[in-house]
Design a protein around this ligand. Structure first.
Ligand code: ATP
Length: 236
């Protein structure tokens, strides 16, 4: 289980996160909702060990502290991030992108087994294994990015705005993919602008405003709450 306690992040004088606490258990999807600038990306970056700000508090996985470790050590403890904008290598093939994701020490001996597992889970990655990643559609590229992160055998998969730039139909497909990943037993921590779609597949959600957690509840409760609808769902 991923556990964040009293996590604060400041960039110089600006406090981006203040005393944030949250949990993600194996086999659940947790979504963080918040307006632009609320601190959502900062939260994922701080957990992943790539935050430029000054951090305090604690982040642990299965009781082992990870806050302050370099990013590759965080990956080796079982936390993988799919960054905003995906960050895949366009000139490399799908397979080469996936293999690169298998480099962390915790997964290095299982690259072939993980490739087999992932391409069974996502047959499209097998069909397109030899294709240059840049020639894939936006939705397919997002799948490559998720697949690459999963090659490190994570317990917790974090995604920053995965539906950005995707058509509504592709975004829906992508969220179905996330359910498949959850059902495979991973915990998912998701940051999304698309509140309606993300709450509809999530188990729980947190509302983040100005760097603080305002509320935590079951996703279905948040989805049907008039105040949440007005603030995050465009009154939908
Ligand atoms: P968005 O949805 O717009 O991406 P966000 O909720 O992900 O927003 P963050 O990117 O975490 O928000 O930023 C939170 C605050 O911290 C913002 O006010 C932002 O300007 C500031 N911030 C983020 N990164 C840095 C940085 N490297 N240096 C200084 N300030 C930063």
């Amino acid at each position: 289980m991923l556990e964040v306690q009293e996590l604060s992040v400041r960039y110089g004088k600006h406090i981006a996160l203040e005393s944030v606490g949250l949990r993600v258990k194996p086999g659940e999807i947790v979504v963080i909702l918040g307006a632009n600038g609320a601190g959502k990306s900062t939260l994922l970056k701080a957990i992943a060990g790539i935050c430029e700000g000054q951090t305090s508090g604690s982040v642990s996985i299965d009781g082992e502290p990870v806050l302050g470790l370099p990013a590759h050590k965080v990956v080796d403890r079982g936390i993988a991030l799919v960054p905003e904008g995906r960050g895949i290598f366009g000139e490399l093939t799908v397979r080469e992108n996936l293999v690169l994701g298998g480099n962390p020490a915790r997964a290095r001996d299982e690259v072939q087994a993980n490739l087999d597992r992932l391409t069974t889970l996502f047959p499209k990655l097998r069909e397109r294994a030899g294709q240059a990643a840049r020639t894939m559609s936006g939705g397919e590229q997002q799948m490559v990015a998720i697949g690459r992160a999963m090659m490190s055998n994570p317990e917790i998969l974090m995604l920053d705005e995965p539906s950005l730039g995707l058509s509504p139909l592709l975004a829906k497909d992508l969220f179905q993919t996330l359910k498949t990943v959850r059902d495979a037993g991973l915990g998912i921590l998701l940051v999304e602008q698309n509140a309606k779609l993300s709450l509809s597949i999530a188990d729980r959600g947190y509302l983040l405003e100005n760097g603080r957690i305002l509320r935590e509840d079951k996703a279905q409760v948040l989805l049907h709450d008039p105040a949440v609808q007005a603030a995050y769902l465009g009154g939908a």
